[in-house]
Structures are given as structure tokens and as C-alpha cells.
Design a protein around this ligand. Structure first.
Ligand SMILES: Cc1cc2nc3c(=O)[nH]c(=O)nc-3n(C[C@H](O)[C@H](O)[C@H](O)COP(=O)(O)OP(=O)(O)OC[C@H]3O[C@@H](n4cnc5c(N)ncnc54)[C@H](O)[C@@H]3O)c2cc1C
Length: 456
């Protein structure tokens, strides 16, 4: 039996952005500011994607040194706005990307609405209408049922490349990083913990930075591979049965600007090794977790919340300053570092990253290392290769464009850019995603303005 889906025509615009993560917001804002009527469709009820819903705070540093930040434009504008809203700060190393995810959501709403972007929350894309190699419209689904939006230019900022998949362009999805489920704890005596860190942590990078207003920015971590200050606590907890080895495999915490008793956790990381031991999985032989499978995402959420239960108890029992702390938020979104990657006009490579590759059509500069969170339990962030000190690599515009003979009016931004698995491990940081979005929005608006003939 063939079922026809009935849908109504909703409206049309110049630029349609699907996905309101940081890349999508930057794309929509720059397109709209360049004069294009822009609509942004987002499946969640807030903007920011991984940054806010995945609780990925802070942004990692993308700078040559404390004074030479490699990403400018909307990235700096966002950081400044978050600071003005009492939810942001610059760390001692010059990184302006420390933020409170809830304030970030509000700022992203503001920057979009002030720039004239029309936001459609709680709306999924379902399929696309394409003629030859031109996209004409997308069919969306929300509480009103199915409807369509027509556009001249389309930007895929879904992180998972949903629009590029539906459009039939080439992509890869063969290797994945480990997923995480991040969370936050309130009621932490940050001052106590900071004092303890200052007395005990003698690593090169300062773990504690006291701002002029008295706020404290701090960070600490534990992995088996490195001799972290927290090691004795983890060893005791495993011995006492309070933590499993998996729980302790990767632990990283940050304080949150403007939130005097809040700690954000970049963990737990959920590994396929544990997954393969999970008897209820329909295919226990499949020794990997796939961020594009609902079954695997469900497993990560359930397993991750159990791990958070144990890790939070561990913090209360073992860590200085955490005695009265409690879980105040578990990320609504699973932390997906990588899923689909476009195979576009240029595929950014590991060699480009490490050798500081430069391009005539560069749209972003970065020196963030190749940061791969391995699926294997013992392997920590396996490969931190970076351009040499003082150098940086570039992302070319062609890494956002599908092949010439595929779709002509689609641009792909953010973590699903055209890059090898290794290169994506560097390019995926928020500063780069924002830079890609900003460039794509401008490029889409320019193509429309120039009236470039898109139809074949
Ligand atoms: C655990 C973890 C730790 C990280 N650590 C850091 C870090 O310390 N610093 C750093 O800078 N970066 C870090 N990153 C990387 C960085 O956060 C992400 O790569 C970046 O935020 C991705 O932005 P994006 O806009 O490309 O995609 P996303 O943030 O994934 O946004 C995609 C958006 O599209 C929406 N969407 C998806 N599908 C559809 C659909 N079909 N219809 C409508 N909307 C849709 C989603 O809801 C979401 O809002 C980390 C990532 C993870 C997961």
C-alpha cells in the first residue's frame, strides 16, 4: 500500500538553514544580515545544539597566544554578549569562550531575532524536493503536521548532515568517536576545591584562575594515562567499589562563569566495549556505538545516566568542596562528536591540519589539535597532533560545498563538514563551527545577490 503524505505550503525564503547549533546560528545570522530573508528550522526547543543542549562548556581555545585569537567576527560577538549577560569570561590563557550554557541559549535567541532570522523551533525536516541538482523545498514536520518551505539556498547545519543525506550528496559515516553524556552539579564549594587544587596541582597549566570580580575559573581532570592530581581519589573509589573502571576512564570538570557553585562535567564517556556487553542490545556482536542509530543513542542515555549517578556520589564522597553538591542538570542531548561527514569539493586532511595547510578560499583559521576520543576503553584522547607552535591551518570554503555535479545550492557547515575522520577531530570545535557558519551565510547571500544561475 502506498501512502501519500499531504502537506501544505508554508512559506518561502532566500536562505533556509536546518539546525540551530552554533554553526547554524552563525549561518542564519550572517545570511540575514547580508539581506537574505532567512528561516532557521530547529528540532529542539532552544538554539546551541551540542554547546547548550549537550552542555559542552567551555569552548576550546583557538588562538596562537593570549592576544592572537584565530576566530573573529560572530564568534567574538557571541563571547562579548555572553559576558555582558553575566554568563561568560575569558580564561587566563586568553580564551574568551568560557560560558554558562543557559545564558548562551538566551544570547543565541537574541542574536538571531535581532538580525531578522525567523526561528521555527520544535520542527524536524523529513524530506526534500529536488530537481536535477537543485534543491527546491524541504518538507518539515511539527505539531501542525507536514508543510513545506521553499528557498533559493539551503544550509545543512544539523551536525549529523541530515539535509545532505536527504539531498543525496556524497558523505562518509564509517568511523566514530566515543559519545558522552555531560552533566552539571550545583552546591559545590568552588573556593574550597580551588584552594585544594592550588595547593596540590603542580601541572604546567594553571588549573585555577581568579577573576577581578572574585569569580573563580577552574578545571581539573583524570585519565589513566596521565598523572593527574585527582588520581588517588579515583584509585580509592575503584578499590572501594564506588566507581567502575569505565566510570573513571575519562573525567574532566570546569567551573561555569557567573555561577558561583556550579561545576560542568565533560563526562561520562560511553564506550562501545561496555555496549557490547549489554545483552539487551539487538545486535550484541556489533562492537561499536553508532550516533545515527536510535537504539544506540537510547543505550548511551540509559548507561550514561547510571554512570552519572555513580560519578556524582563519588564527587560528594571524595572530592574537596563537593560534600553538599547535587546533580542539577543532565544534558538533554547526547554528546555526539562526529557522525556523518560530507565528501565535498575538498576533503580536509590530517596532513592539512598538522602541516598548517593554507588555502586561497580559506574561511577559518585554527590550531586546535586532532582531538579523538577513542571508542576503546584504554585509549584516551588518542591523537593530539597539532600544527607546530605559532602556526595554524585553514578550512577552505570548498570543504563546505558538495561536489559540483551533485547539489548546487546546498552548503554544509559545522561538525559535518568535508574532512577526514582525523581532520574533523580538530575542525569540530565551536570556534571553527561558528566561523564556517558565518562564511556560509555570507556566501549563500552573495550567490543570491549576484543572481548566479543555479538551475541547470
Ligand atoms: C562531548 C563533547 C565535548 C566537546 N568538547 C568541546 C570543547 O571542549 N570545546 C569545543 O569548542 N568544542 C567541543 N566539542 C565540539 C563542539 O561542541 C561541536 O562540534 C559543535 O558545537 C558542533 O556544532 P554544530 O552547530 O556543527 O552542530 P550541533 O551542535 O550538533 O547542532 C546541530 C543542530 O541541528 C539540530 N538538528 C539536527 N538534526 C535536525 C533535523 N533533522 N531537523 C532540524 N534540526 C536538526 C540539532 O538539534 C542541533 O541544534 C565537544 C563535543 C562533544 C559532543
Amino acid at each position: 500500500m502506498k501512502t501519500e503524505i499531504n502537506y501544505k505550503e508554508l512559506e518561502s525564503c532566500n536562505v533556509l538553514v536546518v539546525g540551530g547549533g552554533v554553526a547554524g546560528v552563525a549561518a542564519a545570522v550572517s545570511a540575514s544580515r547580508a539581506g537574505a530573508k532567512t528561516i532557521l528550522v530547529e528540532k529542539n526547543t532552544f538554539l546551541g545544539g551540542m554547546a547548550t543542549g549537550g552542555l559542552v562548556t567551555p569552548m576550546m581555545k583557538n588562538a596562537l597566544d593570549a592576544k592572537n585569537i584565530l576566530t573573529k567576527g560572530i564568534f567574538i560577538e557571541i563571547c562579548d554578549r555572553i559576558v555582558k549577560a553575566d554568563g561568560g569570561a575569558t580564561f587566563e590563557d586568553g580564551n574568551p569562550g568560557w560560558f554558562n550554557p543557559e545564558i548562551y541559549k538566551i544570547i543565541l535567541d537574541e542574536i538571531c531575532t535581532e538580525s531578522g532570522v525567523k526561528l521555527l523551533f520544535d520542527t524536524q525536516i523529513t524530506y526534500v524536493k529536488k530537481e536535477n541538482n537543485i534543491l527546491n523545498e524541504i518538507i518539515i514536520f511539527n505539531k501542525e503536521g507536514f508543510s513545506s518551505i521553499k528557498a533559493k539556498e539551503f544550509i545543512d547545519a544539523t551536525g549529523d548532515g541530515d539535509l545532505m543525506r536527504l539531498s543525496g550528496v556524497s558523505f562518509e559515516s564509517n568511523e566514530h568517536q566515543a559519545m558522552s553524556l555531560r552533566f552539571m552539579m550545583s552546591g559545590v564549594d568552588i573556593n574550597d576545591f580551588a584552594k585544594w587544587l592550588e595547593e596540590n596541582d603542580h601541572s604546567d597549566d594553571s588549573p585555577v584562575y581568579r577573576l577581578n570580580n572574585g569569580d573563580i575559573l577552574l578545571t581539573s581532570a583524570f585519565t589513566y594515562e596521565k598523572d593527574w592530581t585527582l588520581r588517588p581519589f579515583f584509585e580509592d573509589a575503584i578499590k572501594n567499589g564506588d566507581l567502575t573502571k569505565e566510570d573513571a576512564n575519562y573525567f574532566q570538570i570546569f567551573s561555569v562563569p557567573g555561577a558561583y557553585d556550579l561545576i560542568a562535567f565533560n563526562c561520562p564517556r560511553i564506550h562501545s566495549v561496555i555496549a557490547s556487553e549489554h545483552s539487551e542490545r539487538s545486535n550484541p556482536e556489533r562492537n561499536t556505538l553508532d550516533p545515527l542509530k536510535a537504539e544506540d543513542i537510547s543505550y548511551v542515555l540509559i548507561q550514561g545516566r547510571q554512570m552519572i549517578k555513580r560519578i556524582s556520589k563519588f564527587c560528594k564522597k571524595y572530592l574537596p568542596g563537593f560534600r553538599k553538591s547535587y546533580i542539577c542538570q543532565i544534558a538533554p542531548l547526547v554528546g555526539i562528536r562526529e557522525s556523518r561527514r560530507l565528501i565535498g569539493q575538498y576533503v580536509l586532511t590530517k596532513e592539512d591540519v598538522v602541516s598548517g595547510g593554507k588555502f586561497e578560499d580559506a574561511i577559518a583559521d585554527s590550531n586546535w589539535p586532532i582531538d579523538i576520543h577513542s571508542l576503546k576503553l584504554k585509549a584516551q584522547t588518542s591523537n593530539l597532533k597539532a600544527p607546530k607552535v605559532g602556526d595554524y591551518y585553514q578550512i577552505p570554503l570548498r570543504s563546505l560545498l558538495p561536489k559540483e555535479n551533485e547539489v548546487k545550492n546546498l552548503i554544509v557547515v559545522g561538525r559535518c563538514l568535508s574532512a577526514t575522520f582525523e581532520a574533523q577531530g580538530s575542525a569540530r570545535i565551536q570556534a571553527n563551527c561558528i566561523a564556517m557558519g558565518e562564511a556560509a551565510g555570507n556566501f549563500a547571500a552573495k550567490r543570491i545577490k549576484q543572481g548566479i544561475e543555479l538551475r541547470t
